[in-house]
Design a protein. Structure first.
Lengths: 191, 191, 191, 191
DNA sequence: GATGAATGAGCGTTCATTCAT
DNA sequence: CATGAATGAACGCTCATTCAT
């Protein structure tokens, strides 16, 4: 197994275990076992468990951001851009349910708080696209005149809630439902 | 200290510690100490830590349900009932931030999954009021023709997201913002 | 086993193992086993291994200081006081060889450096008696006019070296040899 | 890098690390890194860590012995020979503090005990010069009539103790102090 | 010969749970 | 009943040593 492969096996094992069992259910020894490496090997790739968890988070986030930007209709009206982002996010998570569950575990843990703070305060680069969209939406009187934080919440809140239900098997999100969910979110923020 | 008092102290200590520090930061010995009882005493009231955590969850949920029903405008239009529930929920969490944070910890843990499943499937009593409201809303063509699960998500998702931001200090929810947030949620579900 | 007993068993097991095998040869699990307690039990008495090691050091040192003061001929000439301290120290270590070997391990480790520094600089109380003796010896022209640090070294150096040889079985220190060793040390510092 | 060079780099790196940080602070990987070789390479020169440590000890000791013999006044009186050895030892350690600190680490560890035993029992060659000197001193009634072991201790004990204080910075050994320390040691052993 | 990635036994420490008092 | 000292399995992590390249 080549070096990048081994790293990937570790990251994948961690993603699976943490997504499925939470941080408690993912001791380093188990991650190592599932990755097919020795326990000490993980520490050649990651300084410690925290670093592994944070690096994994960054990787997942990066994949998502780059996915969201694929086909982003920069020149189209705000509504279409909004719908693109919303439905893309849903689609991404539907194809990568472990990523979704990992992010949920991450955000709801000591690790995640700092990141949430940074994101909201605009320190995270990837979020620019959202902030710009919302700022434009507000200033063009297309969206409700509410604090950005609230508009964020009105958009992500329902999307993520719907995703949770999909992941848990309470609904089956198909293209139709994805579109309708996106529209409903738009109704929540539009003026 | 009487028996119910002692139980209450334990439950309260657990609520505080878990809400503030997460499950990791709430070892039984610390809960016992903060409750002013011996470590072994907890096990006279709760079979084990899991039971304590689940019982605590049920208590918090019960308080919330009963609070939501106070002043519930049973006879008023769907919209008003919806807004009552949404803004009441926000108000409850604003005055009981520990309850909110505990629920978040709980839901995002192995404990929480089973409960979410039960609730959605209609096994939880308290949810009846929501289900009835949404079913009526859909059948009267006042709400979007979407699966109940989606309508739930469109309502709770943003509310809880907004609450998180309030708890984390990113916004300050006042009466005006509470009302506007409720309205925005309504826009999301209404036809 | 009563609480003080258990603490004593732990301290004793640590003393034995560290004295005989060094810090490497004294893992907490082994200390616990030899003490006849569970591994976690040690942590009820000592915050961590460092604290155990330092506390043990302080206990040993206290025993020694109090032993040295027994029968200290405060009013007798410097020479007699010096000989009292030297021979008492030898006698103490002969009856408590584990204490001697523990101190050796301790001083020759990261733990011990700080203590040595403090002692030399006169921050340790117990050393007062030595410093006073040497200062008086120098100012009365009974001892050589050398820095205190050197006089300390001229006294303790040979004593401890002789002790090491006794402990290792290279010589058998009897009363006669103890007396002669003390005298030889005195010759080293006296004018 | 030639074979002897590589070996020397390894030995040197081990000396530095162990002298400065103790055995705990000198993992094989770090020794290898500082030596500029691969971790596995060390094992081509030394069977294992113990062997490396023991070989290093022998090298240091050899350097010292050969240094002590430089200018040894074979024909001069016992006193002068004694002073030569004592002050040469001090001077050697002052110019080679790492050697001193390494020896201290070594002697105060499981490794060191065997060597001390050997030396004292006369199995080590280098010690001959000391033993001869002391035996002559005793038989000529120039030194005290004490066991050789004690005379050794009376000589080395204070010297090494003084060195420790110098290394730790408690005193600054200059030529004057070196001479006086040697004389004081002589007073300890002479009749 | 030289390498350094991989290994896994072993470390110090935590904490849910038990049980003698 | 209530206690809290005692427990030991399980954790995250280190490092001497091996071996495929």
């Amino acid at each position: 197994m080549s070096r990048p492969d081994k790293r990937h096996e570790i990251v994948n094992a961690a993603l699976e275990l943490i997504a499925e069992q939470g941080f408690h259910g993912a001791p380093m020894a188990l991650i190592a076992e599932r990755a097919g490496v020795g326990a000490g090997t993980i520490y050649r790739y990651f300084e410690n468990k925290d670093v592994l968890i944070n690096d994994l988070y960054l990787e997942v986030e990066k994949k998502i951001w780059s996915d969201l930007l694929v086909g982003y209709p920069m020149k189209k009206p705000i509504r279409e851009r909004f719908l693109h982002l919303g439905t893309s996010l849903l689609r991404y998570f539907i194809s990568h349910p472990l990523d979704f569950r990992y992010l949920e575990q991450f955000h709801n843990s000591p690790y995640g708080v700092a990141y949430r703070r940074d994101r909201i305060l605009g320190k995270k680069e990837g979020c620019d696209i959202f902030r710009e969209l919302f700022e434009e939406g507000v200033s063009c009187h297309v969206m409700k005149d509410l604090p950005l934080v609230i508009l964020f919440a009105m958009s992500f809140g329902p999307l993520l809630a719907v995703m949770r239900d999909h992941i848990l098997g309470f609904i089956r999100l198909d293209d139709d439902l994805i579109a309708k969910t996106g529209e409903a979110c738009w109704d929540g923020v539009r003026r």
